[in-house]
Write a protein of this length. Structure first.
Ligand SMILES: [Zn+2]
Length: 168
């Protein structure tokens, strides 16, 4: 398995190629290309498949890293739920959205009970926010998926390389 540092460098090294693909291969508009590039970076540095262990991306979450404890508890390292090609990064995005919505609602209700916020419906607000930004989330998600793909391919390559070395 490649080290966290190698994963970071590979993500950075491939960002220009991802940008060129977006702009010149797929002729995507500027906004969507920026979202994809941002997603690729976040997918490599913060929403990496290695969130299933105490990895560099996990520690980058700082005091918010508790968000990933249930994820690590539920998902085995390098299982298809974290390192699968098609759905794993969408699952992480869904998980994060769910947890952030929950935290927002709980925080908002707590502040309302103390009278520090006027009464509102936080869940409905969160739903409206997500609905209004669905387009951006989708393009960001494609970027996250590319960032995870870079990670997974590097894991595969490094496993293949090491098993070949061991067989010699
Ligand atoms: Zn990995």
């Amino acid at each position: 398995m490649a080290s966290g540092k190698t994963h970071d460098w590979m993500t950075l090294a491939l960002l220009p190629s991802v940008w060129l693909l977006c702009r010149w291969q797929f002729n995507l508009p500027m906004e969507e290309s920026i979202l994809i590039i941002a997603g690729t970076f976040i997918g490599g540095f913060f929403l990496s498949p290695d969130l299933d262990i105490r990895s560099r991306p996990f520690y980058r979450w700082g005091f918010l890293r508790f968000i990933w404890w249930p994820y690590q508890w539920a998902i085995r390292h390098r299982s298809s739920l974290s390192h699968g090609i098609f759905w794993a990064s969408w699952l992480r995005l869904l998980y994060l959205t769910g947890v952030l919505t929950l935290l927002y609602c709980l925080g908002s209700l707590w502040l309302q009970q103390r009278g520090w916020l006027p009464p509102t419906h936080p869940l409905q607000e969160a739903r409206e926010f997500l609905h209004a930004h669905l387009h951006e989330l989708l393009w960001l998600g494609i970027g996250l998926w590319i960032g995870a793909l870079i990670h997974i391919l590097l894991d595969w390559l490094s496993s293949a390389f090491h098993s070949k070395k061991r067989r010699r």
